[in-house]
Structures are given as C-alpha cells and as structure tokens.
Write a protein that binds this ligand. Sequence first.
Ligand code: GTP
Ligand code: MG
Length: 203
Amino acid sequence: INIIGAEYIASAVKPEQFPEEKMLEIAFIGRSNVGKSSLINSLTRTRNLARISGTPGKTQTINFFKLRAKYYEDESVKDFYLVDLPGYGYAKTGKSARKIWASFIEKYFLTSEQIYCVCQLIDIRHDPMQSDIDMFKWLVKNNLPVFVIATKADKISKNAVNKNIARIKKALGVPELMILPYSSVKNDGRSYLLDFIGEALVE
Ligand code: GTP
Ligand code: MG
C-alpha cells in the first residue's frame, strides 16, 4: 500500500473521547522515548503529525490519526487509524501517575473492538526492561495480537542488529517471535510494516 492521507483526529483520556467513526486500529506502545511518535511520522512521511521530543513523556493522551491507504494493484482505497499511546516506564511520572496511566490505557486495550494489533516498540540497543517484559506478557495474556518492533536500528551496526534482536526474543521468552528492526531516520522497516498493514486491511 501507499499512504495517501494522514490527519490527526482526536486525543482521548477516556473512552467517551474515542472517535465516533469506528475503523481498524493499529496501536503503538512502548517506553517513553522509544520512538513511537517518530515511527508514526515515518510511516506517514510527515514531520510533525505526531509530536516528537527528546524529553521522555511527550505523549500524554491516546492520539488517533486517520490514515488513507491506496493499494498499488487495483488503486482501491481504505482508511484506518494509527493510535499513538503515552509511554510507560518513565520514572519521573511517579507511582500515582503510573497508576492513572495504567488504568486509562488498560481501558483502551480492553474496550476497543477495532484493535487489529498492538505494535510494541523496544529500543534495539538495550535488553528489554522489566516494564517491557511485563507489558508484552500482559498483552499476550489479554489476547491482544502483539507485533514487536525494535526501534532506532540506525544507531547500531548491521551485525549488532541481528544479535540484539535475538537477545530481545530471548528476554521476552519467545525465541521464535518475529521482530521487525526499524529506523525512523532511514525508514528501514517501513515497507515491511506497510505490507503488514495492507494485509490487515483486506481481512
Ligand atoms: P513519548 O511520547 O515521550 O512516550 O516518546 P516516543 O516513544 O513517542 O518517542 P519520540 O518519537 O518522541 O522519540 C524520542 C527521541 O528518539 C527523539 O529525539 C527522536 O528523534 C529519537 N528517535 C526516534 N526514533 C528514532 C530512530 O529510528 N532513529 C534515531 N536515531 N532516533 C530516533
Ligand atoms: Mg510520543
């Protein structure tokens, strides 16, 4: 598919604020600063559709972006949502803020019926943190399809990419898991992810 349109639709902290129009959703979750918003901009080839910041904790609401995909083969068009979520595991937010975080994100995951998959982003440079492992297991336990994406692949060598991917799989306890290396700077992984979404939309 080709992305021919991308627009911001809504920000929500509770289900009443979710967009009225229902469409297939691809959600992005991960630790603060892992590159969720950057990945959304890379997919849509925009610079500031999703706000990016060097300071963790930039995204504080559930943000819906409506995308329009066009198939190369028959030029048919389909709309869907990308859903940018606040990061987890950010120390400065404190315990009570973390609880609020957990409850409103949890509600989204457990009430939305349109989630096609949750893309969980993990920084390719480091082993997953306990919060990444906990999130992964929570999603699996709640029957949410998870697609793990290893971000910032441009920051390490090609050799290190394969090595680190294997370490992430091991830490998550699923050695046979498919993990996509991604670079929002170089757009590496972009066409794979678009194909994946394209297949989701025809189902
Ligand atoms: P929160 O909204 O705070 O949870 O963060 P986020 O996960 O949305 O991260 P964001 O996209 O704001 O990116 C955080 C920082 O990482 C920014 O300084 C980005 O420029 C940088 N970054 C994101 N993706 C990449 C990447 O693929 N390569 C490199 N080199 N830097 C990246
Ligand atoms: Mg963000």
